[in-house]
Design a protein around this ligand. Structure first.
Ligand code: PHB
Length: 390
C-alpha cells in the first residue's frame, strides 16, 4: 500500500470511530399519518434545543435517530425500540406520543441499560413501571385536576365526562371526577369512546338531553380533538348553555385556526401555551418556529421534547457519554430549571415533572392570531395521579 492509501485508510478508520463514538438518542413518535403534526413538534423541539445549545453534551457529540410510529401501536413500538437499541446502538430512548407505546417499551429498558425520556404520553402509571423512566411532559391528572376547581368557581354542578377509551382517557375522567365530586359537584354520565371515533354527533345529542351544565372532555391531541371541538360547536352545545371543560389537549394552538371564532372563550387547563410570556419562551418559540417552518404548526409536544433534550444532555454529561442508565437517571433527580413553560423540576421520587398548570382562554392576539391566553396559575403542581397509579 502506498503512503497516501495508508493515510486514507487511517483517516477513514478515524472517521468511523468518530461517528461510532457519538452518543445516539432514539426518538419514537408519529412522524407520518394523521398525527404527523404532533411528531413534527417533537422534532421541532429537539431541533430547537440543539440550535440553542449545540450538538454536544458534556463534550460528547450527539446524534438523534427518528423512528416513525403513525398511531398508537404497542407491538410496533416494541419493534422500533428494539431496532433502535440493537441495530442503531442508541443509549437513550425518547419521544412516545401515545401511552400504550411507552408502556410496551418499558420492559426493554433494564435489559438494554437504556433510560426512557417520555416527551408526551400522559398516563400517570408509566413512571411507576420502571426506575429508568423520566417524564418531561405532563399527566392527565396534573392537567385535569385544576379544571374541577375552575368549574366549581363558575357555578357548574352537573357534568358529563367524555373521554377516549384508553388509559389517559380513563385517567382524565377519574382525575376530574375525583376533584369535582370532592368539591361538591356531580358527574351525571361518563362516556368512553373508542379511539377510532370520528362522528361525535350522537354523543353531543346525549349530552343535550342529559341536563348537564357542562361537559368535561379528553381526547389525544390531533385530528380527534379538532373534530370533537367542532362537533361541540356545530351541535349547538355552547348555544344551549352547556359549558366546555377540558385540559389543553383540546385547544392546541395548531388547531385554533381551523376552529376559528367558534372556539373563542373556551377555557382549558394545561402546562404550556405557545403565547406564554417569558424571555425563555420567546427564545424557544423563535428557534422552534425556525425548525417547524410554519409557526401555526407549533404546539405543546415541542416543549416536552425541548425539555426532554435538556434532561438527556444532563444524563450524557453525568455519565461522560458512557452507557449507564441508572447513573444517568440518578443525575436528573431533583434537577430544576426555567423551561419555556415556566419553572419546572424533576421530582426525585416519581421522576415526573413538577410544573405550573395554567388556566387559559382561547383569545385573539392583537395580530389576529388565535392564542391560549394564560389567565390564572396553579403553581408547582406535582402529579396527583401517582397515588392512584400504585
Ligand atoms: C397519551 O396517549 O398519553 C396522550 C396522547 C395525546 C395527548 C395526551 C396524552 O394529547
Amino acid at each position: 500500500m502506498n503512503q497516501r492509501l495508508v493515510a486514507l485508510a487511517i483517516a477513514l478508520c478515524a472517521l468511523t470511530t468518530a461517528s461510532e463514538a457519538k452518543v445516539k438518542i432514539g426518538v419514537i413518535g408519529p412522524f407520518s399519518g394523521p398525527f404527523a403534526s404532533q411528531g413534527k413538534n417533537f422534532k421541532a423541539g429537539i431541533d430547537a434545543y440543539i440550535a440553542l445549545n449545540g450538538n454536544k453534551a458534556g463534550g460528547e457529540e450527539i446524534e438523534v435517530i427518528y423512528r416513525d410510529l403513525p398511531q398508537a401501536d404497542p407491538a410496533q413500538a416494541k419493534t422500533r425500540a428494539q431496532e433502535l437499541v440493537v441495530k442503531e446502538g442508541v443509549q437513550y430512548l425518547a419521544g412516545f406520543y401515545f401511552t400504550p407505546d411507552a408502556l410496551a417499551v418499558v420492559p426493554l429498558l433494564e435489559q438494554a441499560n437504556v433510560p426512557m425520556v417520555v416527551m408526551n404520553a400522559g398516563t400517570s402509571m408509566i413512571v411507576t413501571r420502571s426506575p429508568l423512566v423520566v417524564r418531561t411532559s405532563f399527566t392527565m391528572w396534573q392537567t385535569s385536576t385544576p379544571m374541577a376547581k375552575v368549574a366549581r368557581d363558575k357555578g357548574v354542578s352537573k357534568v358529563v365526562t367524555i373521554v377516549s377509551d384508553y388509559s389517559p382517557g380513563v385517567d382524565a375522567e377519574t382525575a376530574f371526577k375525583t376533584a369535582f365530586t370532592g368539591l361538591g359537584g356531580e358527574v351525571i354520565d361518563s362516556i368512553r369512546m373508542p379511539l377510532s371515533t370520528t362522528d361525535y354527533s350522537a354523543i353531543m345529542q346525549r349530552v343535550r338531553r342529559s341536563g348537564a351544565d357542562a361537559i368535561f372532555a379528553f381526547l389525544p391531541s390531533g385530528p380527534t380533538t379538532l373534530g370533537f371541538v367542532k362537533a361541540y360547536n356545530e351541535n349547538d352545545l355552547a348555544k344551549s348553555g352547556i359549558k366546555f371543560l377540558s385540559p389543553g389537549d383540546l385547544t392546541q394552538e395548531s388547531d385554533l385556526p381551523a376552529l376559528g371564532d367558534a372556539a373563542l372563550g373556551i377555557q382549558t387547563t394545561f402546562h404550556y401555551s405557545v403565547s406564554h410570556q417569558s424571555q425563555e419562551n420567546r427564545k424557544f418559540v423563535d428557534a422552534a418556529n425556525k425548525a417547524i417552518g410554519n409557526p401555526q404548526d407549533l404546539s405543546f409536544p415541542a416543549v416536552g421534547a425541548f425539555d426532554g433534550m435538556r434532561v438527556i444532555y444532563k444524563m450524557i454529561e453525568a455519565t461522560g457519554g458512557k452507557q449507564d442508565a441508572q447513573k444517568a437517571v440518578e443525575a436528573v433527580k431533583g434537577m430544576s430549571w426555567e423551561s419555556p413553560r415556566g419553572p419546572v423540576s424533576i421530582d426525585p421520587t416519581s421522576r415526573h415533572i413538577t410544573q405550573n398548570i395554567y388556566l387559559r382562554e382561547v383569545s385573539k392576539a392583537s395580530d389576529g392570531t388565535y392564542i391560549n391566553k394564560e389567565i390564572a396559575t396553579f403553581e408547582k403542581q406535582g402529579d396527583p395521579g401517582l397515588a392512584a397509579a400504585k
